[in-house]
Design a protein around this ligand. Structure first.
Ligand code: C5P
Length: 220
């Protein structure tokens, strides 16, 4: 079977990561979490005292950290300058700052370059998840999926993941981040014209995985 490139985009809390990892594992494909890359560069900015509200400062520092992503869906790895940051990139501070950093064009062009080279070298095919994969990073992908869900469902899923957090606060933070991601100038969160939209509100994770696996198999 030829290498298949699958782009999975959508806002947070739609089950993008869980779905992408499971589909990749089930079909023997590589996997790339592009959100983790934006989180990693944000983590480095925070730790190095860069003011993330200053786009010029972020742009000037963008090329300094070396970000390396693993592509094994069973153990997604991410390092910055050789350090494992898998935990550090999930803090509330990084989550609240990542949209500002990812909106800076210099950051996007660097990370987009990394993503394209990873996808190009994934011999057996790859599932790439993010916000602008189908529109900008890999417009020639064999299959594009755009996952959606109601704000209520997304907030409930996120607060389920973040134990002890309340749904209302999670919902507000999530909407704020999606609004920022959708309204930025450079490659905003958007559905590609040729993407298949899957509304996951009423679906279980297993149903979403099966739906995407079927769509990939139709393309192979
Ligand atoms: O998917 P995740 O929630 O980890 O993404 C974190 C952030 O990274 C998003 O809110 C967005 O600001 C940015 N991002 C992006 N483009 C992508 C993937 C993520 O701008 N392809």
């Amino acid at each position: 079977t030829p290498a298949v490139i699958v782009a999975i985009d959508g806002p947070s809390g739609t089950g993008k990561s869980s779905t992408s990892k499971a589909v990749a594992a089930q079909l023997g494909l590589s996997y790339l979490d592009t959100g983790a890359q934006y989180r990693a560069i944000t983590c480095w900015m925070v730790e190095n005292g860069i003011d993330v509200a200053d786009p010029a400062a972020v742009a000037a520092a963008a090329a300094k950290p070396e970000i390396v992503s693993g592509t094994d869906p069973a153990a997604p790895a991410i390092t910055v300058d050789g350090r494992d940051v898998a935990q550090a990139i999930r803090t509330p501070e990084v989550t609240s700052k990542v949209s500002a950093v990812s909106a800076v064009p210099e950051v996007r062009s660097l990370i987009t370059g990394l993503q394209r080279s990873i996808a190009a070298s994934a011999a057996g095919g790859i599932v790439v998840e993010g916000r602008d994969i189908g529109t900008t990073v890999l417009p020639g992908a064999d299959l594009k999926i755009f996952l959606t869900a109601s704000p209520e469902a997304r907030a409930a899923r996120r607060s389920g993941e973040l134990k002890g957090s309340d749904v209302q606060a999670t919902r507000e933070a999530l909407i704020k981040r999606d609004t920022a991601d959708s309204s930025r100038k450079t490659s905003p969160l958007a559905k590609a014209d040729d993407a298949v939209e899957v509304d996951t509100t009423e679906l279980t994770l297993q149903q979403v995985i099966e739906c995407v696996v079927t769509l990939v198999e139709e393309k192979r």
